[in-house]
Design a protein around this ligand. Structure first.
Ligand code: BLA
Length: 499
């Protein structure tokens, strides 16, 4: 099982990646006191690239702007500034205000990095293209293509987080520099919890060259140890992740968050075999596109659930409107066995009432159905039970996955106990992992490291049925309410008749 996974998760989750005390050296960082505007610390080759005598000087003087710019509440950003360097470089400026500090990031503007295509026109056309996609799968395929064109990276993946934290590649666009990872699965620990939390806040991250040597924040006596770099683009990345990239053969990476309803839905992961940067205007376009794509993902997901809800409601109403309260509930149900079975896509359907079973399709034999009913009666509160891995919830079922590996059941507390069971057979699933997720890359020293091989490793998953959706569970609850109401009406009639 996943005992190793657990160990990896706990040790990886603890690395405080938001305060590495260092930056990536392609840019420079200045830290000033927010009241005095005096520079108290920094990182990178500030002496060689910006100003030999920077420490202790006023920030406005170094950036060559009037002091008033720092007190202008309406225009706190300094992104319009261009600061000349000592080596012919021109720096763009990012400002972050944090507690008693102002953090200034200086990033060299690449002279020939102007976009060769019209970003706004492209975003417009992209929105149209997404709109025409029938489902999330095609939005993801489109997204990969568009992001690859925008960033020019060798391989662009759309990486989706599953409910259990594992991830899957659901879209890809690439050249020949890298092999395909389409449909591959990755364990949750590859992107630990604190990293996922950070990526909700900081929506795009770039590592222009993973072989960089981290530039520490200095001087040590400035008291800046532990400075929060969550919003800093130049933040030095976890060495574990740098090793991971190296193992994958990646030299430069960029990743953009896909956030749907406040939840990290996935990432656009861009890989390059050689060093590569993304200019601020391309990063801005990436953020905009990721927003457009996220909204489309939500729309398509909503459309699917809406259509399913509508279909279920209609099918249910058809059945229940034909129930005749003058007839016993069982006989009403028996007249609609086919309709009831097809309500929820399943392989078999049974109505159990006391000792009587009425059934259609593939199901456990009647002895096992009765035992299952007894077990359900003991356990289900609320009257609805679902399982997509019955053998785990009810061990006897592990012997007949070809008959039933998942059920949705409605139990009814009538004088003669009744139960409706929809059953699904086992779906044997093959999952392609990028490398064996069970195999520890744990060295003799007990330290956990990213795995070294991403070669496809197949895992066969057994004992599962298709999942039951929330819409199906809701529909089952509605049906149960109707049946109970009908039962109560009948009880009243009987009572009236005897009086
Ligand atoms: C971060 N791991 C990441 C990130 C990705 C992955 C995308 C975010 C990097 C970023 O946004 O800059 C993993 N990259 C992938 C995966 C694919 C990909 C799955 O392209 C699939 C195609 N990593 C490990 C182990 C640990 C670990 C065992 O494999 C911990 C022991 C840690 N991964 C780890 C950490 C980060 C990370 C700490 C955060 C890096 C940072 O932002 O500082």
């Amino acid at each position: 099982g996943y005992s190793l996974e657990h160990a990896v998760t706990t040790s990886c989750d603890r690395e405080p990646i938001h305060r590495p005390d260092a930056i990536q050296p392609y840019g420079l960082l200045l830290v000033a006191d927010s009241t005095t505007l005096t520079i108290i610390g920094g990182a990178g080759d500030i002496e060689g690239r910006l100003a030999p005598d920077w420490l202790g000087r006023p920030l406005p003087a170094i950036l060559e702007v009037p002091t008033s710019r720092f007190h202008d509440e309406k225009h706190p950003s300094l992104s319009d500034l261009r600061v000349p360097g000592l080596k012919g470089e021109t720096f763009s400026v990012l400002r972050h205000d944090q507690d008693t500090h102002i953090l200034i990031e200086l990033e060299p503007v690449e002279p020939h990095n102007l976009l060769t295509w019209d970003i706004f026109g492209e975003i417009d056309r992209t929105a149209d293209r997404f709109e025409r996609c029938p489902d999330t799968a095609s939005v993801c395929r489109q997204g990969a293509t568009i992001f690859q064109r925008l960033t020019g990276f060798d391989r662009v993946l759309v990486y989706r987080f599953m409910e259990d934290g594992t991830g899957r590649v659901v879209g890809e666009s690439r050249n020949d520099a890298f092999p395909s990872l389409m449909n591959h699965h990755f364990p949750a620990s590859d992107i630990p919890a604190q990293a996922r939390a950070l990526y909700l806040r900081n929506r795009i991250r770039v590592i222009p060259d993973i072989t960089y040597e981290a530039a520490s924040i200095r001087p040590p006596e400035a008291g800046l140890a532990g400075l929060n770099l969550s919003d800093v683009q130049l933040r030095s990345v976890s060495p574990i992740h740098l090793q991971y990239m190296a193992n994958m053969g990646v030299r430069a990476s960029a990743s953009v968050s896909l956030v749907v309803d406040g939840v990290l839905w996935g990432l656009i992961a861009c890989h390059n075999a050689t060093p590569r940067r993304l200019s601020e205007d391309v990063r801005a376009a990436c953020r905009t596109l990721a927003g457009v794509m996220s909204r489309q993902l939500r729309n398509k997901e909503e459309l699917v659930t809406y259509q399913e809800r509508l279909r279920l409601r209609n099918a249910m109403e058809f059945v229940t409107s034909h129930f005749d309260v003058r007839h016993p509930i069982e006989s009403n149900l028996r007249s609609f066995m086919g309709e009831l079975q097809s309500l929820f896509s399943c392989n078999g359907f049974a109505v159990i009432s006391g000792e009587t079973i009425t059934a259609t399709g593939v199901l456990p034999d009647s002895e096992n159905l009765h035992k299952l009913h007894d077990w359900l009666r003991m356990g289900t509160n609320g009257g609805i039970f679902t399982s997509a891995m019955l053998g785990k919830d009810y061990p006897p079922a592990a012997d007949w996955p070809e008959r039933s590996a998942g059920i949705l059941a409605i139990t009814l507390p009538f004088r003669t106990p009744m139960c409706l069971i929809w059953s699904r057979v086992e779906i044997i699933q093959t999952i392609e992992w990028a490398g064996n997720p069970h195999k520890g890359d744990e060295d003799d020293d007990g330290v956990l490291r990213p795995r070294t091989s991403f070669k496809t490793w197949e895992q066969t998953i057994r004992g599962h049925s298709l999942r039951w959706t929330n819409e199906q569970k809701q529909a089952a609850r509605r049906l149960r309410r109707v049946l109970i109401a009908d039962y109560q009406t009948q009880q009243l009639r009987e009572l009236n008749a005897t009086l």
